[in-house]
Design a protein around this ligand. Structure first.
Ligand SMILES: [Zn+2]
Length: 125
């Protein structure tokens, strides 16, 4: 079954794909998320995501936990994965590397390390 859009006002946007029912008695219904779901696949459009946020966002942040202390960027938490492309005779070649946003140091990465979401040089939050 397709997942429904979680936008609280999704059914209030007047588009033809939301209309259901017999001629003369059509009603607008909540859409399904569709293949380009927004907000991690919970909303059909950014408008619906924003509507949800307006209605529930503050409560969601409070439920997850309010940030009470500033976070700080340090050398041990500022490694960022990067890729660059260059063209050669047989097509483009990708190079992968880590760049430290604090120190500007760069270290090479393999493609597998680049694509591995668990691989990191960062040791702090
Ligand atoms: Zn929606």
């Amino acid at each position: 079954m397709s997942k429904l859009c979680q936008g609280p006002s999704c059914h209030m946007y007047d588009t033809t794909d939301r209309k259901r029912g017999p001629k003369g008695n059509k009603v607008n219904q909540t859409r399904t998320v569709g293949r380009y779901g927004y907000g991690e696949g919970n909303f059909c459009t950014l408008n619906c995501q924003n509507d949800w946020w307006k209605e529930h966002g503050t409560r969601a942040v409070e439920y997850i936990g309010i940030l009470r202390e500033r976070k700080v960027m340090l050398p041990e938490n500022s490694w960022s994965k990067r890729q660059s492309y260059r063209w050669e005779d047989d097509g483009h070649v990708a190079t992968y590397y880590y760049r430290n946003m604090c120190t500007t140091e760069e270290r090479p990465l393999t493609e597998a390390q680049y694509n591995d979401s668990t691989y990191t040089l960062n040791t702090g939050e």
